[in-house]
Ligand binder design. Structure first.
Ligand code: URA
Length: 231
């Protein structure tokens, strides 16, 4: 982590304050006065500020059940950000790992650990996401085969990765994806002549949504580790 960020994560100072503290030669890393804000702080480094050892606050990992008409963004736009639902300190330090559309509900992960969210959402990771889909027309008999083989979405040059369709009844299905392209579920159903009426994310990896709509909880250490990818 960058030194200026480390100072913010272990004190109440802002990034601007942190920079000033470094420039004032008040910060020492492993016994040497730090001169650059971009200096990388590693796990076993000892950082002091005016002689006091700094200890970084631990990262936060939250699961939220997103309602409709809220957006997965750090700022309010046409709709308010889901971050408004969190009654926690330093909300501005958090970000959303894998966004949902404003009209999609369900499981959203929120963290201040950029490394964790980057790995989790990387297409290389192939983490399964399960969506419950309500369709406007009955599901066609060949949809399962099409989705498994991959679909060429409009404007794209690569087939979608194999996706599993589980049919509940003619209008209700579960779709499991291992990637997250822009509006992917809606575009996949559109490409087979159907339309998504409502969309809900129920599961990411082995993590199932277990809080009421609009509510959140912290992930357990075991859940964080299970969703962590070794890079
Ligand atoms: N696919 C979509 O089309 N929308 C979402 O919100 C998530 C996946």
């Amino acid at each position: 982590m960058r030194l200026d960020k480390f100072i913010c994560k272990s004190t109440e100072y802002s990034l601007v304050d942190a920079l000033a503290l470094i420039e004032n030669r008040s910060v020492v890393v492993n016994g040497i006065i730090a001169i650059g804000a971009s200096h990388q702080v590693h796990k076993n480094n000892v950082v002091t500020l005016d002689g006091e050892i700094l200890t970084s606050r631990s990262s936060r990992y939250l699961l939220l059940n997103k309602p409709v008409n809220m957006i997965c963004s750090n700022v309010d736009e046409k709709y308010p950000s889901v971050l408004n639902l969190l009654d926690v300190d330093r909300v501005t330090e958090l970000h959303i790992a894998g966004r949902l559309d404003a009209d999609t509900t369900g499981l959203v992960l929120i963290t201040d650990d950029g490394h964790w969210s980057f790995n989790l959402t990387s297409p290389k990771n192939k983490c399964e996401k399960v969506y419950k889909v309500l369709l406007s027309r009955p599901i066609s008999s060949d949809a399962t085969k099409h989705f498994l083989e991959g679909i060429l979405l409009q404007g794209e040059s690569n087939l979608t990765l194999p996706a599993k369709l589980h049919i509940i009844d003619s209008y209700n299905v579960f779709l499991t994806l291992t990637e997250g392209r822009f509006h992917q579920v809606k575009r996949m159903f559109s490409s087979i002549g159907n339309r998504v009426k409502s969309l809900h994310r129920q599961q990411i990896g082995n993590l199932e949504l277990d809080v009421d709509i609009g509510h959140w909880r912290s992930l357990t250490q075991a859940e964080v580790e299970e969703l962590s990818v070794n890079d």
